[in-house]
Design a protein around this ligand. Sequence first.
Ligand code: ANZ
Ligand code: ZN
Length: 829
Amino acid sequence: MAYDFGSIEPKWQRTWAEQGVFHVEKDGKGPKFYCLEMFPYPSGALHMGHLRNYSIGDLLARFLRMQGYNVLYPIGFDAFGLPAENAALKYGVQPSEWTWKNIDHMTEQLHRMGCSYDWRRRVETCNPDYYRWTQWLFLQFFKKGLAYRKHAPVNWCDSCQTVLANEQVIDGGHCWRCGTAVKKRGLEQWFLRTTDYAQELLDCLDELPGWPERVKIMQKNWIGRSEGVRLSFRIEGTDLDMEAFTTRIDTIYGVTFAALAAENPLVEELAKRSPRGEEIRAFVRKVVHQSEIDRTAVGGEKLGMDTGFFVLNPVNGERIPLWIANYILMDYGTGAIMGVPAHDQRDFEFARKYAIPVIPVIRPADGPVPDGDALEAAFEADGVQCNSGSFDGMPTAEALSAMSRWFEEQGWGKREVNYRLRDWLISRQRYWGAPIPVVTCEKCGIVPVPEDQLPVLLPMDVKVLEGGGTPLPGATEWVHTTCPRCGGPAVRETDTMDTFICSSWYFLRYTSPWTDAEPFAHDDAAYWMPVDQYIGGIEHACLHLIYARFFTKVCSDLGLLPQTVREPFTNLLTQGMVLKEGTKMSKSKGNVVDPDEIIRRYGADTARLFILFASPPEKDLDWSDKGVEGAHRFLGRVHRLVEDRLEGLRAAGAPLASSDLPRREDRDLKRLIHGTIDRVTRDIRDERQFNTAVARLMELSNALGAFKPADGTAWRVLREGVETLLVCLSPFTPHLCEELWQMLGHQDLLARHPWPQVDRTALAAEVVTVVLQVNGKVREQLEMPAGLSREALQEQVLAHEAVAARLAGKEILKVIAVPDKLVNVVVKP
Ligand code: ANZ
Ligand code: ZN
């Protein structure tokens, strides 16, 4: 009988499902372990990236269950989002219909992969049972002042026809979804106050040793904390002050210009007071049309206009020309700067272009004061103060704190911490998302929808518009409603929430997905949280992984989670990409390998084994048909290993201790079996190096295949080996292992089997007596571990204390080693 994965796999999937093997409850046996993969978007079908993600997660979940943990391993769908609207247009179906069809199909695919999810816990973010609570959470944020509406210049994607959060503007100004260059647009939008948590989001990164350093650095840079001074400059001849934020107050004596962002409200005030008002306004119009990348890149074209006004330097009363400059952004600091061309490269480029003086106020510690006119670039490093009055000679670090203190004492400024992180813009001008649960009433203004009226259901009978754009404002019946406060006419908010909100709390919902009284039950979340192992793509480093951390902190502050749960994910594994011939597998490159096709041809076990064997999980994986076939052949050999020896294996008795094995071959095999358990356990549990674990199991399998049992005792060892192989391989290739396990006569399921224990006594190395000869004469008799290779034996003998002493000072010409017997060293006489 050949390896018939086509009937084996569905059979065991059915058995697991029928017996509810993977159902889990809180307070079950053993310590809890929450194993989680980033849930998929229901795009239509699983791709290889998914398969890799879930192969890793399922391996861990199964392994940890066998290790005695109470494992929560759930799955769901991140089911709102723009692709459903695009598909609706393309195929003439409702977004909901398309989405639910995809969910069904992908669920079936996940079943076919043999993933050991507790399927009772599946959540779909587009399900009213779920988004009701997304809306409820929004209202809690609102009550706490953590959700607010404001008019602001926001990022707009023309192609997606919606605004984007800062985190969704990537690669220097492009839409994260479609790559279109992002524009600025002034709109009235909803924000969540992520900035309230900026410092904690930063601090807690240090308490996450289980996260890749790379992700933590990306988040640190994204949050972008800087310490500096906010200081104020009087604008000469007016009643206006210009506020600037600087991280380099030590350069105050080197300020030779000041500059405002084009969007700074002061600009219009100056325009009003200036004979050149129209010219100023025209310049502003030109700058605001530039993209952020064009404006801010070092080396990018600097554009400026001298306003004709001057500001006064508080330290010496000097008059400093006030400019408007394109590289100053309104949404950082105060939207105004003090320009120090000698020590800031962008200011330097600006000054050179507009012939503004360059005055060095910091010199290299061991060098003279540089000539500002001769400088070729700004000197941005630390050094020693010069041209700085009484501060001359002070090193930079000292000057920074001394001058900050001085500014505070004089009342010229205040120390301040700034973050690059902005509040999270969550309004989306899209249909397929969770409606923001507020209405606008003519009398009462913005009124939240009362909690007992949730969910605000998305209307289902809308027509998605040609050319994009949301159809919700046109859904007249839905839009027009009554004010929950005064009963008068009101209109609904027609923007929906960023789908990243839906995915910011799904891992909490999994802990009690059936509750309809609250988003998640406190006790369940308290038991299961935090997630012990999270697995997903690095592309979410500054998106989902920041948002989910923010939500967790807010939920903890709202009392929905215990105070002690401040972080959602204790350990993070960022899996590498799946490549084909070195490039990322993607539809646009036409190099996609279809998981369905692989599972149909080779079975899920082969696909899983190949994926886990081909590379360590955090490295990229190059898809190879040869590799897949290799994995498949290996499983065929495992199948034959059992089938060909079935009678002998079934008849064999229970394992014997090494001390009861008189034959060396039997003891050697026993040692290999337990050595394999030991290494495989550590590879999976401690190192998360699944590929080396597979390699060791292949080694064991080969040894078992080559073993010729001589008698009943040997059969018992062989049986122990085969069973160990099946148990250890089962988290990788669960179906085949269950099948062979059953063939061996077992009634229980491997899925419920405990992980094997290492028999330390079996590991003890055999000892043999090895003779040391020097120039052919016997000099020592040494006890050495048996079975060492030629090289290992030579190395260990030469390192032996007695041998080293004997050979000290001698020139070794040659070493001849005969394994388990002798080492002959030829030395210069
Ligand atoms: C004077 C100065 C001298 C500066 C010097 C730097 C070096 P980080 O570290 O990123 O926080 N800046 C402040 N607000 C800005 C805005 N809205 N648009 C563009 N640039 C702005 O950067 C802080 C520094 O960036 C500030 O310190 C300011 O330039 C500039 F030798 O002030 B500095
Ligand atoms: Zn877009």
